[in-house]
Design a protein. Sequence first.
Length: 641
Amino acid sequence: MFFKRLIKNWGKISAAKISTPSAKETENSPSVETFLKQGNSFIRDERPAEAVECYRRAIQIDSNNAAAHVLLGHALIELGQPDEAHIALSSAVVLQPENIDAHYMLGCIAKEKGDDAQAAVELGFVIQKNSKFEFAYADLCFVLFRLGKLGQAHDVIRQGLENFSTNAHFYFLRGNLFAETGAYQEGADSFLQVLEWQPQHAEALANLAQCQRHLGLVDDAVQNLRRALQIQPDRASWHSNLLLTLQYQGVLSKAQLFEEHLGFSKRFEEPLLAQRISHLPRDPAKKRIRLGYVSGDFRNHSLAFFIEPPLRDHDRSKFEIFCYYTFPIHDEVTQRLRRLSDHWRSCSDWSDDQLAEAIRADGIDVLIDLSGHTGHNRLLVFARKPAPLQMTWLGYQATTGLSAMDYRITDAAMDPPGTSESFHTEKLLRIESAACFQPSADSPLVNALPALENNIFTFGSLNNPAKITPQLLDAWLEILLQTNNTRILIAGLPKASHSAMREKFIRRGIAAHRIKLQEPLPLKDYLLLHQIIDLALDTYPYNGGTTSLHGLWMGVPMVTLKGSQPLERAGAAMLSSFGLNEFITTERDEYVQRAIYFSQELQELSRVRETLRHKMEVSLTKKSKDFTKSLEGNIKNTMIS
């Protein structure tokens, strides 16, 4: 499919230009022109094998004919022989070092093989020599993205739009780059431009929804995801995104959400049931259990704070650890986690079948999904049942909906016995302290309670803006209206969304100086924000996770509203584990009044702030080791049973 697109694109630009050799090239070998014309005719008739023979005959007559080598490379690509095409195109470049057609196809071959550094060199050369070579921009943007050079990728697409201002695909790529770097409003604007020209562009609708969710426009996101799935109903990743977004929306009941997840299984898992292969009994000679983790978040992502402790603490005399990384970008966190695994598989460009086969070949005994229905998941690999025992953990506080998923790892605080079983396709494996956490090693020191020095009390929320529902915002407004000399800090909000958020407070009578908004920040600067926060306000119905633990680590407790679903119980589970039950509420009005109460109890908050980090230091190390040991014990027990 990739090379078919390449030939189509390349042909639009170059075929007319080189389809007939110049007089100078053919004056000493007149039959060359005949063979090239004949080869081109075969290409038009989709007969690449015959075209290859014609171009080779031309080269036999005149081996210095660069056009013949380029056309041969073209035909070999269409024939599905990229290695031979590379040889032909390299010969063309030797003869004509600035032949951009040859460089373009060499770049695309390198891109397809995963040699992104070389692809970037070739495609960059093409654009440098001919800024009107339209298709090179998208290909170069892709490889730069995969290399993690997002700034350069932005520059390439900006240059592309300067030359091709109505290219909808360039706007689509720009939207993806903005979204990847957290500029969700700019990303949404780019996707809206695509949709203005192409209203049925399903990918733009789905990606617009992703941006809207991060901007807190959850209802709009749900609507656009459903529209995208009406156009292309077989896109599993979009369906996963819809399931995740419905969790943020907080409108459906447990039973309704469960039915939505079963719908995912019916559409995507049931067609794969016939492909499942029975697993042979485990070889008793194998001394170690082969444990595999699958995730797209082995990088600078919140998951790293949770997965690093077990990767480090697994008993290597009994367990052999495999990590399957499903995202293309590698950073310093990726390298650190890679060193903690026994076997590392970078598989972002592997198909589900390829990854499932690799897992079978590795002889994995237990396979653990760390994503659920969050981004870059590979749930359809799990649907193929490549391991005899499969579990899901961490990334998603709900069922996957898959019959192939045997267990969901949780704890009694998040899923009290008897409350959640009927809304899961998995059995619930309750392990104490299932959310082990390792804080950042260079976290700032905890400071004194800011209100004692500043004479103003600061409430704060550093959660994903998608979790700020209208109902939650009303509660925050009421807290501010009932207190004096207080303000609220909302962080993680893209700059483009600040004015709309500020206006929501001002319309209800909150003065502008009481509203502090902050764009997303690097980790250390984000942690420093806690030094101006006196009390955090947890989000509901979707509670904070990593952000709440970071806050507690920085000495800042939060008032939380405990609900009935796992995602509504995360805050209460954290607080109770550190002996902070007085910050847990169960009703909306209680949430408001508890926040007001603590804004007036500075000495009590100060005592909590002074002791919380030490309490967590002692607790987290023990919890992480206990969790890993318990996980290993439960794995052995489930394998036996």
